[in-house]
Design a protein around this ligand. Sequence first.
Ligand code: SF4
Length: 430
Amino acid sequence: MSAVAFPIAVKAANGCQDAPVLRERGQHEVFCGLTGIIWLHRKIQDAFFLVVGSRTCAHLIQSAAGVMIFAEPRFATAIIDERDLAGLADANAELDRVVNQLLARRPEIKLLFLVGSCPSEVIKLDLSRAASRLSAQHSPSVRVLNYSGSGIETTFTQGEDACLASMVPELPVAAEDSAPELLVVGTLADVVEDQFIRLLGAMGIERVRFFPPRRASDQAPVGPHTRLLLAQPFLADTARALQARGAQLLSAPFPLGIEGTRAWLQAAATAFDVTPAIFEAAVAAPTARASAALARAKLHLEGKSIFFFPDSQLEIPLARFLSRELGMTLAEVGTPYLHRQHMAQELAMLPEGTFLSEGQHVENQLERCRAARPDMVVCGLGLANPLESEGMTTKWSIELVFTPIQGFDQAGDLAELFTRPLVRRLRLAA
Ligand code: SF4
């Protein structure tokens, strides 16, 4: 691989790469990692997620994923009750019974995740041993893995990171003489994946895999030939596990908006020796379509201010998109965790002087938000209603994880997610 240097504008700028960051610790308002099951179970179509938790965990998942009422869901909760908590029942025997029943009834399941929760951690139920035991019993037709979705000291997108990281040791070892292969990591909607496959194909990049895959059996071999491109910014553990197996991380921003998508695709193009002419030919038409869509949204958003509470870990890429492509001003950009290496190009593109914060002390941050009186606030569900009642316009950050927003053809939809609440508030005020 040669290092073809495309003229990536972001590399010239320094933006907020060295900017000071306010680090806060205190009460934080976030969902737990179980939430990831809602989009992961749609993605891996022959997987099943068995939460080992309480009735609270069951309610969280069922109410958040209530759309599944017409189909047999691919998630459930094995309830830990008072007898288990008091140590009066053998929780392992109970779990084996539930899993055996489930797998006998649902032969289409090929990959079963035992998902840990706060209660399973409280009673110190060893789900990794349970997964090994059950895997040995049910392999080769079913693999059983485990990860934790517990809400203690985490944020909700870490559930996906923990899930994907649990799958990495299972991936086969690539042959030493394998040709380079692109591995796109992070859940994307199928429609977005298909668009990227077409765009990369138009550049001549045919060896492309996505992780997580749509089918559990589609396991990408990993090794030094693997070129790892992150599609989501919250996958630190997964990326580390893949790099430990030899995969080479491609430095790129995230594929949100025109700039982010171009630079993300360009990182792949550079790694696969695609010429600038071929790259431009592939991206010209979708870039033009996205520009037209963004021009309409800019009429509503330009000059408006926005405040991000830390929640999804998408905050920095979203702030970069909204400020650079739609002319919004950034009152504060909060993120639960700041991974400087994965965010390097995003930080370089943020306007100098952007107020960045990491972690949360919710009362202090609410004070700053009230003082700033932004035109829009991006926050978790728990803060949205109180802030709306104070007259602020809010956007639920979780919606940005559920909705297909990556790529050129989704740039307009992404912008619309921000115009809609503003337009609604204007109508209410009229
Ligand atoms: S895992 Fe913990 S935080 Fe999440 S729903 Fe269950 S009890 Fe609540």
